[in-house]
Design a binder for this molecule. Sequence first.
Ligand SMILES: C[S@@+](CC[C@H](N)C(=O)[O-])C[C@H]1O[C@@H](n2cnc3c(N)ncnc32)[C@H](O)[C@@H]1O
Length: 283
Amino acid sequence: MSNTGEQWSPSNYVTHASFVPALTSRVVSLLAPTRADNILDLGAGDGILSIAIASQAASVHCTDGSRPMVEYAASRVAEGNIANVTTEVIDASTQVKEQVPVGKYNKVFSNAAYHWIFGSLPSNEARAKAIQDVYDILPQGGQFVVECGGHGNIGEILVALVSVVKSAWAKKGVDKTYADIKAKLWPWYFATNDEIEEWLKAAGFKIELLEREYRPTTLNNGELGMKGWFDTFGFTFLEGLTEEEKHASIAEAVELLRGADWLEHGGKWVVGYVRCRFKAIKE
Ligand SMILES: C[S@@+](CC[C@H](N)C(=O)[O-])C[C@H]1O[C@@H](n2cnc3c(N)ncnc32)[C@H](O)[C@@H]1O
């Protein structure tokens, strides 16, 4: 799956995904920003978290592979008159080395983006190279602090998505195999901790912490939350379908997920997120 840049919707993100930058106390505590830190944020999305971190740092460079997201983040920076946040479009899967000056940032940070970044790369060798690029632009003593979806993340949603995509294409007379879906429509790679450990060590990092957490996650907007999640994050799976077919597929996926993720008494969707977090040092 190649870069998803232009397909991201900042307004969907703000409406349906505000829980993403909000649920970050653990990873931000690992980052431990100080007034001496110049921080590069990769896959920074709508910029909300970059702006929050900047209040405790010397500066934050808020970057993302999606131009609409970066433009939205830049508008928030301008509106808030925030002097120590800059923005730039950077595809973190391939452009870190060509766009980031060596030694400019003493910390590289990322929340909820590396499963997309890894997903846009074709192999584990390419994923290891993306980590190596971060190592190469950090100064000695520099830190790399990340939270992303880990192996097992949103398992029930993946099953529902494969099922509805196969059935939508079957209705059009096309036999879409799992392999087709995985190769062309699947945007994520949820790495195991073993893989991440291997890539970090191969790059030369010392791993200070590497953890995996099952974190049931409440979606925004009550009953509408699951549909909003698909609109915001599931768009690549529905490529090639008509608007009507997309709508029907999402409705079918929502129904399939009711048994697993809908809390009838709480009136909310709670999804099976698995997070991987690490803090690695360039010694
Ligand atoms: C779930 S959002 C997380 C945004 C933000 N870090 C936060 O915590 O709210 C994932 C972001 O990763 C970005 N992204 C996906 N692939 C990327 C890539 N290859 N390079 C840089 N950013 C990427 C998307 O555009 C999106 O803004």
